[in-house]
Design a protein around this ligand. Structure first.
Ligand code: PXG
Length: 287
């Protein structure tokens, strides 16, 4: 496996950064999870744009252009000869001293790109649908750490994941600081009620899969809504599903013990999954 590390390709065993890296010491950095299907990188520009937006707010100067970043990602895929892949881009503020002051870092961010084979949830789960719960840990208040930042500080989500796991579930709904449904620990959430597709408007990451699903729905004349969403609305929905680069689109059939719709993946979810599969295998940056 060849890993991109600050402009060079190194073997996995040599892909190392300093223990003084502020990404390691403080979670001071940003990341992206990207997928390639059939030698096409899906929504490459959008992922790179989000990485630069997070870095901008964190005031980390990546010292490479968006174009150079896109080329580095594509080169990593080529170097590993992968047709289908999951790509992890990690950037950190780089080395500094033991204080948290970013001014005391040396101004050399670490840029790492790892491309690996895809691991998905079992196919069975896509056919049957998932059962999820709401957990006590709320999503970060946007005035503290904005959930729109895809930063290396993922403790908010990890604490929620632990709560889900402790109760025997693998995914969980997180509420926002006001008690509205925000998203799951690594996925956005959608519901369908009376043929209208809705997804939370605040307190969540602006997921690229989420944006793709909204686009696909609009193109197919499905009414869409971005709104404040309560758990009650989730419980009484006809269909529910989660979206994310890793999970793609996964149906949800039970939330907090309440059966959603028929208790099986619904027709609109199935249709959107089909459309998503098609677009990911035909659209993208060729390499
Ligand atoms: N919300 C959160 C909090 C995320 O981390 C999404 C939504 C979906 O966004 P995209 O752009 O991927 O549609 C994410 C991203 C994993 C894993 O291992 C998943 C994400 C990030 C890191 C790891 O499952 N999802």
């Amino acid at each position: 496996m060849k890993i991109y590390l600050n402009g060079k390709f190194v073997e996995k065993k040599d892909a190392k950064v300093s223990v003084f890296d502020h990404g390691f010491l403080y979670g001071d950095g940003a990341f992206e999870g990207i997928r390639a299907y059939n030698r096409l990188v899906f929504k490459l520009e959008e992922h790179v744009e989000r990485l630069y937006e997070t870095s901008h707010t964190l005031m980390i100067d990546l010292k490479m252009t968006r174009k150079e970043m896109m080329k580095a990602i594509v080169d990593t895929l080529k170097a590993n000869n992968l047709t289908d892949a999951y790509i992890r881009v990690v950037v950190s503020r780089g080395e500094g001293d033991l204080g948290l002051d970013p001014r005391k870092c040396f101004g050399n961010p670490n840029v790492i790109i790892i491309a690996d084979k895809i691991t998905l949830y079992p196919k069975e789960l896509y056919n049957r649908g998932m059962e999820i719960i709401t957990v006590p840990t709320v999503r970060n208040n946007p005035e503290a750490i904005n959930p729109q930042l895809k930063s290396l500080n993922y403790l908010n989500n990890i604490l929620a994941k632990i709560e889900a796991n402790n109760s025997g579930f693998s995914e969980a709904i997180m509420l926002d600081h006001q008690g509205y449904v925000a998203e799951c620990t690594g996925d956005n959430i959608f519901i369908i009620k009376n043929k209208v597709l809705s997804t939370p408007s605040q307190g969540r990451l602006k997921g690229i899969t989420r944006e793709t699903v909204l686009e696909l729905a609009k193109k197919n004349k499905i009414e869409t809504k971005e709104c404040l969403m309560t758990r009650h609305e989730v419980y009484i929905s006809d269909e529910c599903f989660l979206t994310g680069t890793a999970a793609e689109i996964i149906p949800v059939v039970k939330v907090d013990g309440r059966i959603i719709g028929s208790g099986k993946p619904g027709p609109m979810t199935t249709k959107l999954i089909e459309m998503f599969h098609k677009v990911t295998r035909t659209d993208g940056t060729k390499y």
